[in-house]
Design a protein around this ligand. Structure first.
Ligand SMILES: [Zn+2]
Length: 308
């Protein structure tokens, strides 16, 4: 009997992972597009402000001219709008008048990376909604069917989805973690460009070096984003099932780890252990126990309880 439930549970894990993976692919593409856009900006910056020996101090430290300033404001406006802000919510006009070309480039790369946050969140939200819906419905239906109960109306569970998406666990939720991840990226990409340039410093600021450093920062963030989605996907899949357990009056569950050479110590230890549904806590006795966790749980059915 337990094999049957384990098979079902594992199938749900794989389904959820696939949905998460689809979101990861979209997110990685978006990161890649953003990186390309930043690269184009750097190339054009170098083309405008260099001579045969590299960047020219007088050029990069000159204030934005009329047309340049207009272009800057327009570009920043389109990016700040993505996060629900106006360019003048963020910049005092007097500050824009004092921006050098280098400072303007730093501002532009910052907003390039921040502007994608709402899209990264949308890709994830759509995936997690699907994961919750699927895991909850199939999980609960399986139990109800087994118990000989009629399956209540469960076409959509907006309340469950909304509650789960917003819920904080391990000090945050996917919204806050996505913002945090990209804030770090924005700051680091910005810092890959020199802040204040002296004549001596700019000779070392080669275009290739700058681009390489920015790519490395993007790679770190891409990995973090992928880990985030994997972990959140596992969280939502398991939380949706937990909600199904509660709604069907299930009292206990058994922890099930994927046992192979990648299994963490903590999941190896928890594998096979039985816990009360009412005391289930992600990171304590319920998956995910750690980033990239692949564990799940199966129901302990009333008749199994009697047998024990
Ligand atoms: Zn694990």
């Amino acid at each position: 009997m337990s094999d049957y439930w384990l098979k079902k549970a594992k199938k749900r894990v794989i389904q959820a992972e696939q949905i998460g993976l689809d979101a990861v692919i979209l997110m990685l593409l978006l990161y890649e597009e953003t990186l390309e856009s930043i690269n184009r900006k750097i190339i054009s910056f170098y083309a405008k402000n260099s001579n045969s020996s590299g960047l020219v101090f007088e050029e990069i430290s000159s204030l934005l001219g009329g047309v340049e300033k207009e272009k800057f404001v327009k570009g920043i406006q389109s990016k700040t709008r993505e996060v629900g802000l106006n360019v003048y919510d963020v910049y005092d006009p007097a500050r824009i008048n004092r921006l050098t070309r280098l400072e303007a480039l730093r501002e532009e790369v910052f907003w390039e990376t921040m502007a994608i946050v709402p899209i990264l969140i949308r890709y994830q939200r759509e995936a997690y909604e699907k994961v919750i819906k699927k895991s909850y419905l199939t999980g609960r239906k399986d139990i109800a069917k087994y118990l000989g109960k009629s399956v209540p109306q469960m076409s959509t569970n907006d309340r469950i989805i909304k509650t789960l998406l917003r819920e904080n666990w391990q000090g945050g939720n996917f919204y806050s973690r996505t913002w945090a991840n990209n804030s770090v990226l924005s700051a680091r990409v910005q810092n890959a460009l020199p802040k204040i340039v002296s004549k001596g410093l700019i000779s070392g600021a080669s275009q290739e070096k700058m681009q390489r450093q920015i790519r490395e920062e993007f790679d770190i963030s891409k990995n973090a984003a992928e880990r985030l989605v994997r972990t959140e996907t596992n969280y939502f899949q398991n939380q949706a099932e937990l909600q199904g357990y509660k709604d069907e009056g299930i009292e206990e569950y058994r922890y099930e780890a994927v046992m192979d050479n990648r299994t963490s110590e903590i999941c190896t230890e928890l594998n096979g252990q039985v816990f009360e549904v009412s005391k289930a806590q992600a990171g304590e006795n319920y998956p995910p126990m750690h980033p990239n966790c692949r564990s799940t749980t199966v129901v302990i059915l009333p008749n199994e309880l009697v047998k024990e």
